[in-house]
Design a protein around this ligand. Structure first.
Ligand code: NDP
Length: 244
């Protein structure tokens, strides 16, 4: 199955590292005009060096006002990947207000806000669009020391469903991908300890973590016309973890 994005304009958040960066590069390779949004300038510089056609936008998505300003002139977008996310691991009684707020600001509020900004244009142009929210298996299964992270991703899944309901009539599809552990910088925070990693892996029927490409391929499918009738799903990329 060949997927191409020629003539499409895509915006990927959290495109400096990990899954977001690989998604931005894959979309550019597939022919899309890509806007890459992240907060570390050096990551954007190296991304543009790797793929000069990418349009870089540097902003802290936790800041609502700064995001509004940074994306004001981003132009029409057909495909959005809300990928930026953070994971602050804390046991339940250690959770602070600051950590709670930062996580919800980035993982939920920014996804909603960027989708509002981009979605308004999609609706006005009347040509539809596709939005993919990068959620997690942690949206649907309790993980120790992940109370806030699990809560943000659970909220994001519900946001996906309501957006699918409200934006569907405008032919804007909204879906989530829900990966298991991927050994990116974020993945390493929680799962570098071999004992923890082994315990998690033993609960995954395929017996392994996901690769970045596994997640990117599902994102590309959900962005593309190959999933034209798929709207409001939360797609596990978890080797069967959530099935058990
Ligand atoms: P990485 O930490 O490798 O990359 C995250 C990217 O998001 C970075 O470029 C980071 O920039 C950016 N970002 C974070 N906060 C902000 C912010 N406030 N404003 C702008 N950009 C920001 O993570 P992954 O690639 O692993 O994760 C991508 C998504 O996948 C996340 O939503 C995550 O929750 C989800 N996920 C990850 C899993 C994993 O095991 N890795 C499993 C399941 C889901 P900077 O480095 O400058 O902070």
């Amino acid at each position: 199955m060949e997927i191409t994005f020629t003539g499409k304009r895509a915006l990927v958040t959290g495109a400096g590292k990990g899954i977001g960066r690989a998604t931005a590069l894959a979309l550019a390779r597939g022919g899309a005009e890509v806007t890459a949004v992240t907060r570390t300038k050096a990551d954007l510089e190296s991304l543009v060096q790797e793929c000069p056609s990418i349009n870089p936008v540097c902003v802290d998505l936790a800041n609502w006002g700064a995001t509004e300003t940074a994306l004001k002139n981003v132009g029409p977008i057909d495909l959005l990947v809300n990928n930026a996310g953070c994971a602050k691991l804390q046991s339940f009684f250690e959770i602070t207000e600051d950590e709670f707020d930062i996580s919800f600001n980035v993982n939920v509020k920014a996804a909603l806000h960027v989708a509002q900004i981009v979605g308004r244009g999609m609706k006005a142009r009347g040509r539809g669009g596709s939005i993919v929210n990068v959620s997690s298996q942690a949206a649907q299964c309790a993980v120790k020391d992940h109370a806030v992270y699990c809560a943000t991703k659970g909220a994001l899944d519900m946001l996906t469903r309501v957006m699918a309901l409200e934006l569907g009539p405008h032919q804007i599809r909204v879906n989530s991908v829900n990966p298991t552990v991927v050994m990116t910088d974020m993945g390493k925070i929680g799962w570098s300890d071999p004992v923890k990693a082994k315990t998690m892996m033993s609960r995954i029927p395929l017996g392994k973590f996901a690769e970045v490409e596994d997640v990117v391929n599902s994102i590309l499918f959900l962005l593309s016309d190959k999933s034209a009738m798929t709207n409001g799903v939360t797609l596990p990329i978890d080797g069967g973890f959530l099935a058990c």
